[in-house]
Design a protein around this ligand. Structure first.
Ligand code: NAD
Length: 394
């Protein structure tokens, strides 16, 4: 316990990649608030997808420079901003040399499954952006300072829905009388989720052969929009996506409820997924950063706090909303098992000290006023799914 508090007290230099995004920005604030010297990097790809898809965040968000200046005003702390692309290897090397981080938190990927399934171009873009960006980062860490702890966002979707318990990254197997510990077999459901599987393999390899240290966080579906830091000033708000491409399921249901639109459940809604509150996301990252993996270790945590089926999520929103709510079942545009076994081990982060906000005792009602205030910005037709998994399209 004494050792743990010494590590916790140690202030680190942390670079947050994708620091302009839904989770990257609140994470940077949380780490900065905690006293870590925090910088952010982004190429603003996410803002360009908004233009491409003709959508916008439900809550208006400021430019990254304005956000960083507002944080300085509110907290007195600087968050330096590096603008550039992880696909530009020279830029990645330069930033690592310039900022000299102890830890790099990597959120900077294209993260929507439907976006990666639009057509060939979007699938190729997603895998190129994600896999090559992470490879550039692994090489830059190995060459500039192999001691840097890489904290990388993966997804629970890497595992898919196997008919056996999901372990934290690794599986002990006995085969023909011999035993080994192997990476847990993955069966993901989109080209986006596959990009994360490829990243995991590249990272495990870099740890094994170069002795890097990495934590892969297989995160569940995130909900919520406010953290203690983003709530301090409207200029610190993070994005809140509601459209069928980028809107995560609980967030989208809350918005549909407030607008008086039916909650759109795909298929029977029996698909079960791991979930996590945005306040727990930022806390998990802090815990991973402050308790680094060992040299040469590829450490995996399942960053989720509870499992629920899509139907249960819809019922929960309907139950808490102070008005009538309709639930509509649409043909599922995705290819996924409608009903399945789902039992996930997720004890690693709890052991490091995570105290989860569970949906059963979290006031999802607190999300309703945020939506109410911004509902004039919603374009309801953007909530209907248009990307279909079964059609391969050039
Ligand atoms: P987001 O799209 O809001 O943020 C990602 C940020 O990375 C964006 O600001 C984007 O501009 C930036 N980026 C993308 N490619 C880049 C590149 N090549 N160079 C520099 N910057 C680049 O996504 P988010 O919801 O904040 O998710 C962050 C991470 O967490 C992603 O890796 C995602 O896969 C993972 N994750 C998210 C969820 C969720 O529910 N939101 C769930 C599981 C895992």
């Amino acid at each position: 316990a004494i050792l743990k508090s010494i590590v916790e007290a140690q202030l680190l230099r942390v670079l947050v990649l994708g620091g302009d995004g839904y989770l990257g920005w609140p994470t940077a604030l949380h780490l900065s608030d905690r006293g870590h010297e925090t910088a952010v990097l982004d190429n603003f790809a996410r803002r360009r997808y908004d233009e491409e898809l003709g959508v916008q965040s439900l809550v208006a968000i400021e430019d990254l420079d304005v956000r960083a200046a507002a944080w300085k005003e509110v907290s007195g702390k600087e968050i330096p901003v590096f603008t550039g692309d992880l696909l530009d290897a020279d830029f990645v090397y330069d930033v690592l040399r310039d900022f000299a981080p102890d830890a790099v938190v990597h959120f900077a990927e294209q993260r929507a499954a439907p976006y990666s399934m639009i057509d060939r171009e979007h699938a190729v873009y997603t895998q190129h952006n994600n896999v090559v960006g992470t490879l550039n980062l692994l090489f830059a860490i190995a060459e500039t300072n192999p001691d840097i702890h890489l904290v990388k966002l993966g997804t629970m979707g890497e595992y898919g829905t196997p008919n056996i318990d999901i372990e934290e990254g690794w599986l002990d197997v006995e085969h023909n009388g011999r035993k080994d510990r192997v990476l847990y077999p993955k069966r993901p459901g989109s080209f986006y989720h596959l990009s994360k599987v490829h990243d995991s393999h590249n990272m495990e390899f870099a740890c094994r052969v170069w002795g890097l240290r990495a934590t892969d966080l297989n995160q569940g579906v995130v909900y919520g929009q406010r953290t203690p830091q983003t709530a301090l000033d409207p200029r610190l708000a993070t994005r809140f996506d509601y459209d069928a491409v980028f809107g995560t399921v609980l967030n989208r249901f809350v918005i549909q409820a407030v607008l008086g639109l039916p909650l759109t459940v795909y298929g029977t809604g029996g698909q079960t997924r791991g979930l996590i509150d945005i306040r727990d996301t930022v806390e998990c990252i802090r815990l991973a950063v402050e308790n680094p993996a060992e040299t040469g270790e590829f450490r995996v945590f399942n960053q989720m706090t509870e499992s629920m089926s899509v139907k249960e999520i819809a019922e929960l929103v309907a139950e808490h909303f102070p008005g009538p709510v309709q639930i509509e079942h649409l043909d599922n545009p995705r290819v996924e098992k409608p009903e399945h076994y789902y039992n996930v081990k997720h004890t690693g982060l709890i052991e490091l000290g995570l105290k989860p906000h569970l949906l059963s005792d979290t006031l999802i009602e607190s999300m309703f006023p945020v939506v109410e205030e911004n509902k004039h910005r919603v374009e309801p037709d953007k909530m209907l799914p248009r990307v279909n998994w079964t059609r391969a399209k050039n």
